[in-house]
Design a protein. Sequence first.
Lengths: 295, 317
Amino acid sequence: MKSKSQKRWQLAANVILMINSLLALLPFILLIIASFTDEKVAMTDGFSYFPRKFSTAAFGYIIQQWAMIGRAYMMTIVVTAIGTSLSVIFTAMLAYMLSQKKLPGRKIFNFYIVFTMLFNGGVVPTYVMYVKTFHLKNTIWGLIIPNLLLSGFMIMLVRNYFENSIPGELYEAARIDGADEFYNFFHIALPLSVPILATSGLMTGLSYWNDWTNGLYYLDAKGKQLYTIQNILNNINENIQFLASNATGGINIGDLPTTTVRMAIAFVGILPVLIIYPFFQKYFAKGLAMGAVKG
Amino acid sequence: MALKKKDPAPAGNKKSFGAAFLHWLPFYLMGAPGLIYIFINNYMPLAGLQIAFKNFNFAKGMWKSPWIGFKNFEFLFKSKDAFVIIRNTLLYNIAWILIGMVIGVGAAILLNEITNAVAKKFYQTAILLPYLMSMVVIAYLVYAYLSPTSGLITKAIEGVTGNTVQFYQQPKFWPFILTFVHEWRGIGFGMILYLSSLLGIDPTFYEAASLDGATKWQQIRLITIPLLKPTILMLLILNLGQVFRSDFGLFYQVPMMQSPLFPVTQTIDTYVYRALMQLNNVGMSAAASFVQSVVGFIFIVTANKIVTKLDENSALF
């Protein structure tokens, strides 16, 4: 039943989207090939999709310097794990409270959260407060607490889910059987809202994994041992000497495969996301679409 | 009746305050950690807005630093920086809102045409990938093409013309590079956004139209676009509410903070960072940050007022 014009449309759409997909993927492919390129070849020919000589020297260097890079990897994992768990628990509990339609003060609490989506003190007051009042500088909490832990928007999404997707009769029935509110929350609300909590956790986890701004503000040279992979990448960007001055075993900057090593570290940093993403693509897409409809 | 008894019905005031309090206490306890966090992270810094009006001294702290009225703002607006950072922030935002809208709608319409499920999933997965990467990594990707010593594009130009283009030293390239990188990263996101409204369009519209002999192009022009209009308008206004904010990561990471590029790469957000952390000029930084917060607030509230008038369900609050 397909007409000629429909077929032509299909073809055009396929071609354009294929070009688009390649455009999206090619830089990542270049990054991977660059990290396997021989340092001298990279210096003389530049990065190329078809380098004259491959080499694993950059990864050899990473393994040799695993004390620094492995620790940063661990930091990324720890920060992501703590931040995401706290975020999901806090979000779910607060959303559960807000989902109670008769809760005294409900309107005030709702406004309390919506206001954070409209106005904020800005970078300077936030920075001064966390450093002067809470002394987060050069602590792991400096990576976890500022800005990333809760999002007013996510709280509202989870609240809506509790309100609309879980029938109130379930709670009532449990209450008659003598269940308290904590039981209701943990045994009814949470299990029934796995989809939204998983999406929320995935998005929060990604933002912790990718975050480098908290490290930029709250870690300085004294907090080097707390650097995450993203902080290391950022520091190499700012100063290629970073690799040499933090290497163990007195490496001379001249001997470092700096051109390819920075690409190799970036590759190692995105590898987990590259591996996980295709399997969770649907959830990422859903999470982004939800988050987008409203600001 | 048993149900009724369990219900505290606070509106009726039949129960004593104590009983109502006991009933609601578990809920407040559950909400407390989140509420406290929001108080610390979002409300306490509001007191720090006064820093913009003070000669801030880190050792003295914000309460003991002396008031200096509008001096910080005077310095800020007398410098050339104020004009440049506000201009850059506004112009990039406005241009990107328009470009992003066209590309997003276009990509969504194309993806919606694809009937092969595997191909559709592949396109969506691939095109969305850049959006999930941190700006640091994206800066590396850009560097792989533009690096003066080994960039793929730099070397290709060198091979043809014999000249090495110093991308990281020449401002004239950067409005285009930044726009390209921003759209390259954002296209998948825009696509998903409009795709969800496309999926809501009743397919019988298209069936009827093709029975009447409407071409695909006519269908897009006369059915798809008009039905997408509310979504497009809503996102347009909501985005315009954000024009005073810029993507700090993009402007900070991708041009690698090269000072020759500042005239076209500095925005309010990168300026606030630089003045605070690198130039140690807390006053100027606080003043710029204050202007951004207040003007941004006015923009968002105005945008939301307009959205509420058009369609209450799309409003932010």
